[in-house]
Design a protein around this ligand. Structure first.
Ligand SMILES: [Zn+2]
Length: 484
């Protein structure tokens, strides 16, 4: 718009000057070198206009020349940006072309960044490290270079190198959130739970972590420390860490099960029961019920009944309720408890419980049908990595397959996921409690002799591979011959 008005302005100015020149009468006298001279009015007007125009033109040329380096830098930056975009898109050839153009126009430091990224995209970590190292030599790009080197150290698992880089970054930028995150990742890779915990505390104090993220990380790290201590026979330490974890995350099942185990170990069964109850209120889980059954001895049944009064519509509570009803010889109550789980595609555990119920009612054909259905039923909840979908039998602070921190979640499989014999950890716990024997035994699942007290036993006979039976555990007096 501004440029479009220029011709109009020039035309108007020329017309104005012409009008001014024509309105003047007689010659104009000027003094040049101390001598008076006379010139025509039009010549005077256009002479002055010409001098002003020349001045303006000279100013424009000077300004244009002064801005030339900035324009060159902008063009180079544009090429660098195009090169970085090409790297992001995976077009390393285009990135290389842009890099050469940018280098030809200067900006060698930022060109180094593009060179590093191109090398990374082309799988040349050595060249990338060289380019990042070059960036660390200039104060303006030192942090960019250190960040790149830190990323490379994390990728290659160079824990010591990474830690040294983090120390260098912290001197330059103590509050860089990415350095804090990298320090945490390095500690996790080294299974240094205490180091990771200290890092989380530091990051939380510096407000680099959201409070809920900090609390969750602390809880998981404390649970990891508790499991490690328990494995080393340091029971006091294990209980201390697990208790601290539960204060932050009351529903953290592995911490609750461990805290209950260790508390019961010290002879405080009632207190251990309270731990399980609190955790069940947040996250009903078979490990909690199994843990309770394990340490409550003769009061196990009453303790489990108390548990079924919490989270009553949760599938886990329904399965436990059905088990207790079966033990009491009340298959109709058991059926009422699991009836909502029959809708749609029942899981393998639900199908097995329904088989037990049918057997208890004397319906051998129904028991067989549900037992068969359990073989290809929808899979039950399992510890699954949210990053790589790896399934693990036991919870762990990091995924054993991909190393991701706190990504193992107790989740059920999708509606299309069927129970397959080769898959682990399905049908984790099938509750079956001591009680009157079923009216007719479950087909192909012969009952064994009844031991004297409650204990955890395997559901299947040793010679029955079963679809997921290797993962099955149950709690009952009347048990098959192979105790766990
Ligand atoms: Zn994973």
């Amino acid at each position: 718009m501004k440029n479009a008005l220029w011709p109009l302005f020039l035309v108007l100015a020329a017309a104005g000057l012409a009008s001014l020149a024509s309105s003047l009468r007689g010659p104009i006298e000027i003094v040049w070198n101390a001598e008076p001279r006379q010139i025509a009015p039009a010549a005077a007007v256009f002479g002055v206009a010409g001098l002003v125009s020349l001045g303006l033109l000279a100013g424009f040329v000077l300004t244009w020349a002064r801005q030339a380096p900035a324009r060159a830098r902008a063009r180079a930056d544009k090429r660098l940006i195009a090169g970085l975009a090409a790297v992001s898109a995976g077009d390393t050839a285009e990135a290389g072309k842009r890099l050469a153009q940018a280098r030809a126009q200067g900006t060698p430091l930022l060109a180094g960044l593009l060179a590093a990224q191109t090398a990374l995209a082309e799988g040349r970590p050595g060249d990338a490290a060289g380019a990042y190292t070059a960036l660390t030599n200039d104060p303006d790009t030192k942090l960019i270079g250190l960040r790149g080197l830190l990323t490379l150290a994390l990728r290659s698992g160079d824990i010591e190198g990474g830690r040294s880089l983090v120390a260098r970054v912290r001197k330059l930028a103590p509050k860089a959130p990415w350095a804090s995150e990298a320090a945490f990742d390095l500690a996790i890779k080294a299974s240094d739970w205490q180091g990771a915990l200290e890092g989380v505390t530091h990051a939380s104090k510096a407000r680099l972590l959201a409070p809920e993220t900090g609390a969750r990380r602390r809880a998981v790290l404390l649970a990891a420390q508790a499991l490690g201590a328990e494995a080393n026979g340091q029971h006091g330490e294990a209980l201390k860490h697990a208790t601290a974890a539960l204060k932050l995350e009351p529903g953290l099942v592995p911490a609750a099960a461990l805290a209950a185990r260790e508390t019961a170990r010290t002879g405080h069964a009632k207190r251990a029961q309270e731990i399980v109850t609190r955790a069940w209120t947040v996250s009903p889980h078979p490990d909690l019920a199994m843990s309770l059954a394990g340490f409550m001895g003769s009061q196990a049944e009453a303790a489990l009944r108390a548990l079924t009064q919490l989270q009553m519509v949760h599938p886990e509570t329904r399965l436990l309720t059905a088990a207790l009803a079966l033990r009491a010889g009340q298959p109709e109550e058991a059926l009422a408890a699991v009836a909502p789980l029959k809708a749609g595609l029942p899981t393998a555990r639900t199908a097995r419980v329904l088989s037990e119920i049918a057997a208890a009612k004397g319906d051998a054909a129904g028991a067989r049908a549900w037992a068969d259905r359990a073989a290809d039923a929808r899979r039950d909840a399992v510890w699954r990595c949210e990053a790589c979908a790896h399934e693990a039998r036991d919870w762990a602070p990091v995924c054993p397959a991909c190393g991701a921190f706190d990504r193992l979640a107790w989740v059920s499989a999708g509606p299309g996921a069927l129970d397959a014999g080769s898959k682990p950890a399905d049908g984790r716990a099938l509750y079956r409690l001591p009680g009157p024997p079923p009216a007719k035994p479950v087909p192909e699942r012969p009952a064994g002799p009844a031991p004297s007290g409650p204990r955890l036993v395997s559901l299947r006979p040793p010679d029955d591979p079963g679809p997921v039976a290797s993962e099955d555990e149950l709690f009952r007096k009347s048990a098959p011959p192979a105790p766990l």
